[in-house]
Design a protein around this ligand. Structure first.
Ligand code: ADP
Ligand code: MG
Length: 240
């Protein structure tokens, strides 16, 4: 579903991604792991054109999103993203957060958008918060709303950038559980995470980035028990 071919990204003179090549199949869950500053967020952000690649190609369902002629808004509609810091609309209710883009961008009627929004809130366990405002939710609840909001656009791919890193420890599980059930629906997902247990359990593959290079691309069992590179070994020693 996603093909990444020799992807480079530079910020000025700083080379952040140095020729990444990999692919993600439909329904696959990929965990992206690596030290701070290794380019994980940049890599993810290139996949929905929040960052413009310097060179290389990214194909999503055979559409080259790095092609100048590609409609960026269309790409972003199809590739949902969840951030560490939620970014909910503070002056909209939970349900309005979910219905806003589908109505505005997809032209859904209010009735249709609310029906889908309420179904999604039920899926993330927040039906009773539909009319609440984000400021009155816990971090874990906010992140579940953010996931539901991304899903409301009915994307084919979901990207997560450290979705639990800003949460108090007791709220991590409720968010990981929602992501796990989403994975079980067959959603194609790329997840930057420091939750090694989750990566091991839920991911089909682990991508280990270090210094903008894809150092390992392996199934979790292989990666966690017998990493090929010393860089991954060192990293895991610090993490586990
Ligand atoms: P990670 O998510 O793995 O911590 P990032 O992708 O956020 O890494 O960052 C990789 C490198 O790129 C870092 O050195 C960071 O400072 C730099 N970087 C990220 N975004 C920008 C930007 N918009 N402008 C300049 N440098 C950036
Ligand atoms: Mg990051």
């Amino acid at each position: 579903m996603i093909k990444i071919d020799n992807l480079y990204k530079q910020f000025g003179k700083l080379e952040v991604l140095k020729g990444i090549t990999t692919s993600i199949k439909e329904g696959e869950v990929v965990a992206i792991i690596g030290p701070s500053g290794s380019g994980k967020s940049t890599f993810l952000r290139c996949m929905n054109l929040l960052e413009k690649p310097t060179a290389g190609h990214i194909l999503i369902n055979d559409l080259d999103i790095t092609d100048k002629k590609t409609n960026i808004m269309k790409v972003r509609q199809n590739v949902g993203m969840v951030f560490q810091h939620f970014y909910l609309f503070p002056h909209k209710s939970v349900l309005e957060n979910l219905t806003y883009a589908p109505m505005k961008v997809k032209g859904q009627s209010k009735q249709e958008a609310e029906k889908i929004g309420l179904e999604l809130l039920a899926k993330v366990g927040l039906s009773e918060k539909a009319n609440e405002y984000p400021g009155r939710l816990s971090g874990g609840q906010k992140q579940r709303v953010a996931i539901a909001r991304a899903l409301a656009m009915q994307p084919e791919v979901m990207l997560f950038d450290e979705p639990t890193s800003a949460l108090d420890p007791e709220m991590v599980k409720e968010v990981l559980d929602v992501m796990k059930s989403l994975a079980h629906t067959g959603m194609t997902m790329a997840i930057v995470t420091h939750e090694m247990g989750f990566a091991r359990e839920v991911a089909d593959r682990v991508l280990f980035l270090d210094g903008g290079v894809l150092v390992e691309d392996a199934p979790p069992n292989e990666f966690f028990t017998n990493p090929n590179s010393n860089r991954a070994k060192d990293f895991l020693q610090k993490m586990l």
